[in-house]
Design a protein around this ligand. Structure first.
Ligand code: FES
Length: 682
């Protein structure tokens, strides 16, 4: 048995014997314990903080004496005076082992920190990003041994960090000499190395030890909304999340109208490329301001997007995606420089990773959903629907995963809805309608108080009540159906038929008034017959896509359903089922996962292994093409009724009874959806 002191690290449980005097950081490294260091043990970065524990630890079979760790030293004192250090914490590179000791590594000192994802199926993301910071001391130039500054930097990184070869763009080289001399031959370097690279690339350099943190953007580039998370590349923390409307909407609301715009207008593709790049630059500026950082600290960006958005972001004419056989320029993942995409607000050397596309209509966003929701690891048969202007749908289990996309249109994102709006403060996100009185009550984004509760007026004093967001419109239509204001064909009844004056005539049809703010100069928020039609078209496309995958899999039911989308709030699973957005399933088997594509982007930003994994999974997913599948049209027509014309919903019947009403008066807007042109590609 070793007579050398025993060092036990928690939470890893790793243990080993080390000679007295061994720095804790050295012991950690030798045992493979996850303890961070940017300065390489020089006592200036504070990333190696640990907490020694004293007393008796029967679990570990050791008793730790007060003198089991070296005394507080002047380097630690200097750091504490300058930057502060939590009481009880020590610098792992300064404190040395003196006796048997138990050392806790707090989460912020772990390089591969586990970030728990709040979602239906909680999972952790292990931090292993492509970009890291390293502090180095570089040899000064020597006339007798002539080498360049970059070569001496490379040598320093090799000697001090065991980094292999490095490369640096001209943008870095032009600054290198000044930065090194200003830092008196010390510098902090941000090195990027993705899973496909042989060498590390210098993407930023600071004189001396920097206090700057480095960040990455995870961007879900949708047809209607661009949603972004700004993440700390060291610990995965989301510093800010924001979204903007995709300005390409002015060229066409859905994908095919944008492809048509590119076909009909010479240079139209370039116009759309410029529009989206400008928007991403604006978004970068806004999210950096919100998080209180400087945009140059953003060193990486991961994009997930559907194939048309993918091509337009890259500056590739999407015309081939508008016609069979829907060929992509490339379906492989891409690693690029941000400046190649004119993304010039973030760091000029920032690196971009774009997830692989699954097929001509099933994009990198579907790949991101697969990464986030992991249908390929599921024991039971799971249907994952990511609702957006183009819905990504995955069905599968450990054996096999199928994927398709379905052109739902922008209604679920609040667009094409008369009172619709992006999910933002002031937007109605939850609605309930009393089936007896037909009176609504609602909640707006940014408040937990319902409109009929005390304090509501104060809560909305600054934002007002401005419209309905995607999750709100789903609830509104479903609640109208439950309350008997809407019949199975999707017709809104008149005041006479429904018994409420909130049902008002609008041309030959009717609308339901949710909120009348006109007395205060605010909007009148209604759900119109046109809104119902837009939602019916959207949900029919969604259901038909899911049904097509179920046909392909040879099943009539699924074990569970995951509903995701870039909504303001999580979708109410009950309301989604009342609407018939998804196939019938026990309600406790239907979960809402928030923005799964955005989460997938965040996982790929935080973990290089996830990039390898998704590139493999994408090759194994079976693609189903809705645009050329005749059965799609039949499923689409049947799915037009609320919840459905032919498919049974026995599980839904257990939780709610839908009134047997009919408002078809023979000319009031028509319940016939069969003749309506559905939004489809090609
Ligand atoms: S490793 Fe940097 S302060 Fe300890």
């Amino acid at each position: 048995m070793s007579t050398e002191p025993l060092v036990i690290f928690t939470p890893s449980g790793k243990r080993g014997h080390f000679p007295a005097g061994t720095p804790i950081l050295t012991a950690a490294r030798q045992l493979g314990v996850d303890l961070d260091s940017v300065c390489g043990g020089r006592g200036i970065c504070s990333k190696c903080q640990i907490t020694p524990s004293f007393g008796e630890f029967s679990k570990h079979g050791v008793t730790v004496q007060e003198d089991a760790i070296s005394e507080w030293n002047s380097v630690e004192q200097r750091y504490k005076d300058k930057r502060g250090l939590i009481d009880g914490r020590r610098l792992g590179c300064q404190a040395t082992v003196q006796g048997d000791i138990v050392i806790d590594v707090p989460p912020e000192s772990q390089v591969h920190r586990q970030v728990v994802r709040k979602a239906a199926s909680d999972r952790t993301i292990t931090m292993d990003p492509a970009t890291h910071l390293y502090y180095v001391e570089v040899d000064e130039p020597d006339m007798h041994e002539p080498t360049g500054d970059l070569e001496r930097l490379e040598r320093a990184l090799q000697e001090q960090w065991e980094i292999g070869s490095i490369t640096a763009d001209l943008k870095i080289l032009t600054r290198l000499q000044t930065v090194l001399r200003k830092g008196k031959w010390t510098a902090t370097v941000a090195l990027h190395k993705s899973h496909k690279d042989d060498a590390h690339k210098v993407v930023e350099i600071w004189s001396g030890m920097t206090e700057d943190r480095i960040y990455g953007l995870a961007i879900d580039l949708g047809s209607t909304t661009i949603a972004a998370h700004l993440c700390d590349l060291r610990n995965g923390e989301v510093k800010a999340s924001t979204g903007v409307m995709n300005p390409q909407i002015r060229f066409g609301e859905d994908l095919m109208s944008r492809v048509s715009y590119a076909m009909m207008n010479p240079g139209g593709d370039q116009e759309m490329t410029n529009a989206v790049r400008t928007a991403i630059n604006g978004l970068t500026e806004a999210i950096a301001t919100e998080a209180g950082i400087r945009p140059f600290q953003i060193l990486e960006t991961v994009f997930v997007c559907n194939p048309v958005m993918h091509h337009l972001l890259l500056g590739i004419d999407p015309v081939e995606l508008g016609q069979a056989p829907f060929a992509l320029a490339t379906s492989e993942s891409l690693a690029l420089n941000a400046r190649d995409l004119d993304l010039n607000v973030m760091n000029e050397n920032a690196q971009v990773y774009i997830l692989p596309c699954i097929a001509g209509h099933v994009g990198a966003d579907a790949a991101a959903v697969a990464l986030s929701e992991e249908p390929d690891k599921s024991e039971d048969l799971v249907l994952v629907v990511d609702v957006g202007t183009n819905a990504e749908i995955l069905l599968g289990n450990k054996e096999r995963v199928l994927a398709c996309s379905s052109p739902t249109g922008p209604a679920f994102e609040g667009a094409q809805i008369s009172s619709g709006q992006r999910a933002a403060p002031g937007a109605i996100e939850r609605i309930e309608i009393n089936p007896e009185t037909k009176e609504p009550r609602f909640r707006v984004i940014g408040s937990d108080i319902w409109s009929d509760e005390d304090g509501f007026d104060a809560v909305i004093a600054t934002t007002g009540i401005t419209g309905i967001c995607g999750s709100g419109i789903i609830e509104a239509v479903a609640e109208m159906r439950i309350a008997g204001l809407l019949d199975p064909k999707g017709l809104i009844g008149s005041a006479e038929q429904t018994g409420t004056s909130r049902s008002i005539p609008e041309g030959r049809t009717h609308s339901y008034v949710i909120h009348d703010g006109s007395a205060e100069g605010g909007p009148v928020i209604t759900v119109t017959q046109g809104d119902i039609r837009a939602i019916q078209l959207a949900k029919s496309a969604l259901y038909a896509g899911a049904r097509l995958l179920m046909d392909e899999m040879g099943v009539d039911t699924v074990d569970r359903v995951v509903l995701a989308g870039a909504f303001g709030a999580h979708i109410s699973t009950k309301h989604a089922m009342v609407l018939g957005m998804i196939p019938d399933a026990p309600l406790d088997k239907v979960t809402s996962a928030g923005n799964a594509a955005g989460t997938g982007a965040r996982i790929a930003l935080s973990n290089l292994g996830a990039r390898v994994e998704i590139e493999r999974i994408v090759r194994e997913i079976t693609k189903v093409e809705t645009a050329i599948e005749p059965k799609f049209q039949e499923h689409f027509v049947n799915a037009n009724a609320i919840p459905h014309a032919t498919d049974p919903f026995p599980e839904l019947a257990k939780i709610t009874t839908l009134p047997d009403v009919s408002f078809n008066t023979g000319g009031s807007g028509g319940g016939d959806q069969g003749g309506r042109r559905r939004r489809r590609r090609g």
